[in-house]
Ligand binder design. Structure first.
Ligand code: ADP
Ligand code: MG
Length: 303
């Protein structure tokens, strides 16, 4: 079953994700990838290599994140996906190559200036501390504060946090502790905190891990909506190739720290490239509703 059926019939009526815009109206993405690409680039990696000690984890990878676009990184465990995300947020300095944020080298920004422009949802975030959902989401505004300590938030910060809770359908859970949420609700709260930053770039490392089909699609639909409605640029690491095909404008396929392919889902999600990266034979056809590539693994039957 694909996420379509969940969107068409499986989500509770209150969930109003702008699916048709995100999933099917691909006029902007199609334009963006056939030579009329928006020239503005939010965040760009130029031939970056990253080392842990003497070991190369990422080797000469380039990437451009543009407003209104969702880019996904796909690849096996250990391919260097998380390392790429950490490097783009300057959590790790690259051994070589350049990272450009809003036309300036990333290294020329202060930590705080980066935090206003790039929001990150890390893969191994420890979310099991007993803070109320509203406070947790409000924490996303901290980079904007002019004072520290209690009471740093302004009326505007509170309003932004409330608005984001509405956007992520968490309004009724604002007083609930993060420790008292289901997996899907907690992942939405983590995304809500990132959205509350109002950063122009979102970097999300496996934001849908451990979620069921409907909740995975819901998270990606929220990201897609942000990009469509506010011109945000998003980079999402995911293991779900079909969701990547559905929601992204570009896909970066990585293996052993290197770029295997970078392009539109149509260009990258091909049987040959997927076999090269995952060593699994797949069938690729057009999704009957959206027309995006649909990937089905073909498990060889032993005779
Ligand atoms: P992915 O997210 O694609 O699974 P990672 O970026 O986490 O891959 O890891 C890429 C490579 O770098 C792997 O070989 C991994 O073992 C190594 N690596 C990741 N984090 C560290 C670290 N903190 N110290 C040393 N090696 C690391
Ligand atoms: Mg990872």
């Amino acid at each position: 079953m694909t996420c379509h059926r969940f969107f068409l019939g499986g989500l509770r009526p209150g969930l109003k994700f702008n699916y048709s815009n995100g999933g099917r109206d691909r006029s902007r993405p199609a334009k963006a990838v056939t030579g009329h690409r928006t020239p503005k680039v939010m965040l760009e990696a130029r031939d970056i290599s990253v080392k842990y000690g003497s070991r190369l984890a990422v080797s000469e990878v380039s990437l451009m994140l543009a407003p209104h676009e969702v880019t996904t990184i796909i690849g096996p465990n250990g391919a260097g996906k998380s390392t790429m995300l950490r490097t783009l947020n300057y959590g790790i300095a690259p051994a070589s190559g350049e990272i450009i944020l809003d036309s300036q080298p990333l290294g020329s920004y202060s930590r705080r200036a980066i935090a206003k422009r790039i929001a990150v949802v890390a893969q191994e975030a420890d979310l099991r501390f007993p803070v109320a959902v509203f406070e947790f989401v409000l924490g996303g505004r901290y980079a904007w504060s002019s004072t520290s300590g209690w009471g740093w938030e302004t009326a505007h910060d509170v309003e932004v946090a409330r608005e984001v809770l509405r956007e992520t359908q968490l309004e009724e859970l604002g007083d609930r502790l993060m420790t008292e949420l289901s997996g899907g609700e907690r992942q939405r709260a983590v995304l809500a905190r990132a959205l509350a930053t109002e950063a122009g770039t979102l970097l999300l490392d496996e934001p849908t891990a451990n979620l069921d089909l409907a909740h995975q699609a819901a998270i990606l639909a929220l990201v897609r909506n942000r990009c469509d409605s506010r011109g945000t640029a998003a980079l999402v690491v995911t293991h779900d190739i079909n969701l990547a095909a559905e929601f992204s404008n570009h896909v970066l396929l990585m293996k052993d720290g290197k770029t295997v392919a970078f392009g539109t889902p149509d260009e990258v999600l091909t049987p040959d490239l997927l076999k090269e990266v995952f060593a699994v034979r797949v069938l690729v056809d057009a999704h009957p509703i959206s027309g995006v590539p649909r990937i089905t693994p073909v498990h060889e039957v032993l005779r």
